[in-house]
Each structure stands twice: as structure tokens, then as C-alpha cells.
Design a protein around this ligand. Structure first.
Ligand code: MRU
Length: 358
């Protein structure tokens, strides 16, 4: 399966080459495939804030490369270059608040910086750490894809019609995806009849990005309005809702793209299974429950404008871009360390003690 998954890999959104970080601009996909080059932490932070790069794991990877770039710039200036890097950590940490992968990756870079030995080349060490973060996310995707597909087979062996939300694919990760990775693996194993992709207002990660990724690979996909999801569960034989996560707390609550919570409520009502797929870098054991997760609110114009044109009345709009699904609405959390079914605090703690499965 691993080789078949790797062979099916078509899209990537993050490229580290020629002393620069290249990001595929996700604001203009699928109509334009535009890459931008970044050489500073401030540039990378702005790319995260403005959503050139998005998706929890991809944000973390980009931030790690941002530190490798900043180190180069500071080192060339001389003096206490490592001390000056504090500013770059801060600029990157302030780019978006909800995806914990950002802070996880920055902490890893900070720890590695603190452990650099006299006989090591600091710039090479920091670059290698960023590359390792990138590669290990790709490996985690492969493991989770297989585990998630096995879980689907275990519960319902026949053809599945699944619903997904936002974009959790190659564009959002260092590999080919979390929830979308599971869907890809299940498709390769002949288990997927059709994928319904919520359009994911207001950014349209579903209709622009997920539909594009799946259609490119010949996986049958139909886009639906977010508000059609409960109707689909009632009328289209949906067997699984499969989504990603931006932060999972110690009790198994899950923050993900706005609209995920109402999907979980509707899934429970209709007897549809609910799977969350995320690497352990998305798990924040420092927070007891989802109530503690900072939820990003973005500008009201993202709701009131379409393609830069005002379509809503001249009023304010409330635009939280994530919500929290309580653990008791979740059937399974799939990570590269294993699967937690019916998550709770004790099971999450046990999971985090395990080694990665790859
Ligand atoms: O605002 P976005 O597009 O960064 O939100 C992305 C999501 O909510 C994804 O579901 C999540 O980050 C998981 S991506 C593997």
C-alpha cells in the first residue's frame, strides 16, 4: 500500500530548494498554479496569515523553514544571532492562533537551537531539523492512511460514500494528506464509491482545493453546500464523515474548520461514523479541553464578499474560522501512533505514550 500511495502522489504545496522556501499559492487555486519564493521569517509569517499556505501540518512545516531562513539572515549579520532569533519565533507564532502544529514546530526548532554543539554547523542543523519535520509529516500521512483505511474495512467492508470538510490533502500537509490520505488509501483499496466535499464557506477549501485534488486523481467527488450535509446523510447513504484537525486537546476534543461541529452532531443523529485524522503534532496535551483552544476570527469581508465583490448588506459579520467538536461525538481519532476509538482523557494519555508506528 505504501508504494501505491507514494505512486499516487501528484500535488505538493511546499518546496525547499535553492536556499528558499517555495509555497504554492492556495488563494488562487485551482485556476492558477502560482509559486512564491520566501527568504525571510516575516515573509513566511505573512504567507501563513494570508493563507498562501494553510492546513495545520503545512503551517507548522512552513514555520520551521521560516526559522531556518531567519537563522541564515541573522547569522550573516553576526553578533548574538541566536538571541536575535527570538523575534522571528515571535513573528511566526503570531501568524495564526488555532493550529497547534505551528507552535509544535516552533518549539522543535527552539529545542534544536538550544542543543547545537560547538562542533556543529548551526545553519545546517536548523535546516536539517526543518527538513526532518517536513519528512516526518509525510511518513505520518502514510501510516494514518493505512490505519484509517483498515478501520473503515473493519467496521463496514463494502463500498463507502464519505463526506469530508475543508481541505486535508497534499495542499494541507507535507505528504498527501490526513483525512484525504485515508480517503485516498480507501479508494486504492476499492472501498470508495463517492466522496462528498463540503464547499467549506467562506474560503471554499472544499470546492476549490479538495475537489481539485480528488478530481486530478480520478476519485469520484461531488461538491455540496455546507448546509446540505445533514440532508446528504439522510438521503445519500453516507457511511463516514472523515475530517482533519487543527488542535486536539487532552480529553479528545477537536478543533477543526468551522462547520465540523455541526457535521458531528448531524452524524450522531443519522448513525454516521465520525473519524478525525491528524498527526500527533496536532495533539495539545497542555490543554485539558476544547474550551481552552483559541479560535481564530477573521475579517468580516471574507463572509460578505465573493471574489472581492460585496454581496452582503453593509453590516458586520461574525467570522470564527474554527469550531470545537466534543470528544463524545467522535468515533475515532487516527494518528501515526495508532487509533483511539471513543476518545477520552485516559485513552489520549495512553496514545501519547506510544511510539510512532513507522
Ligand atoms: O483555515 P485552514 O484552511 O488552514 O483550515 C484547515 C483545516 O481546518 C483543516 O481541516 C486542518 O488544518 C487539517 S489539515 C490536514
Amino acid at each position: 500500500m505504501r508504494d501505491r500511495l507514494l505512486a499516487a502522489e501528484k500535488v505538493k504545496a511546499i518546496d525547499w530548494r535553492d536556499d528558499a522556501l517555495y509555497l504554492l499559492d492556495q488563494r488562487v487555486l485551482p485556476f492558477e498554479e502560482t509559486w512564491h519564493a520566501y527568504t525571510t521569517a516575516a515573509g513566511v509569517a505573512e504567507a501563513i496569515r494570508s493563507m498562501v499556505v494553510r492546513g495545520a501540518p503545512a503551517i507548522g512545516i512552513a514555520a520551521a523553514y521560516g526559522i531556518a531562513l531567519a537563522a541564515r539572515e541573522r547569522f550573516a549579520k553576526g553578533g548574538d544571532w541566536a538571541g536575535a532569533l527570538v523575534q522571528d519565533f515571535e513573528v511566526l507564532a503570531n501568524s495564526r492562533p488555532t493550529a497547534v502544529n505551528l507552535f509544535w514546530a516552533l518549539n522543535r526548532m527552539r529545542d534544536r537551537l538550544a542543543r547545537i554543539k560547538n562542533n556543529e554547523s548551526p545553519l545546517a542543523v536548523l535546516e536539517a531539523e526543518a527538513v526532518a519535520i517536513h519528512l516526518s509529516d509525510r511518513e505520518a500521512n502514510l501510516t494514518m492512511a493505512q490505519l484509517g483505511a483498515d478501520l473503515i474495512r473493519k467496521h463496514q467492508g463494502n463500498l463507502q460514500t464519505v463526506l469530508t470538510h475543508c481541505n486535508t490533502g497534499a495542499l494541507a500537509t507535507g505528504g498527501f494528506g490526513t483525512a484525504l490520505g485515508v480517503i485516498r488509501a480507501a479508494h486504492l483499496e476499492g472501498m470508495i464509491e463517492r466522496v462528498y466535499a463540503d464547499e467549506t464557506r467562506p474560503w471554499l477549501q472544499g470546492s476549490r482545493l479538495t475537489a481539485w485534488e480528488l478530481a486530478n486523481e480520478g476519485i469520484p467527488v461531488t461538491v455540496n453546500a455546507d448546509s446540505a450535509a445533514a440532508h446528504l446523510m439522510k438521503t445519500k447513504g453516507i457511511t463516514w464523515v472523515i475530517v482533519g484537525a487543527d488542535r486536539i486537546t487532552a480529553n479528545g476534543d477537536v478543533a477543526n474548520k468551522i462547520g465540523t461541529y455541526q457535521l458531528a452532531v448531524a452524524a450522531m443523529h443519522h448513525g454516521v461514523r465520525f473519524m478525525v485524522v491528524a498527526p500527533s503534532s496536532t495533539i495539545d496535551m497542555a490543554l485539558a479541553s476544547g474550551d481552552d483552544i483559541p479560535i481564530e476570527e477573521r475579517e468580516s469581508r471574507e463572509l460578505l464578499e465573493l471574489g472581492g465583490k460585496r454581496v452582503g448588506a453593509d453590516v458586520d459579520a461574525f467570522n470564527p474560522v474554527f469550531d470545537v467538536t466534543p470528544a463524545d461525538l467522535i468515533d475515532a481519532i487516527v494518528t501515526e501512533k495508532g487509533i483511539v476509538e471513543r476518545p477520552d482523557t485516559a485513552k489520549m494519555a495512553l496514545l501519547m505514550c506510544r511510539k510512532r508506528l513507522h
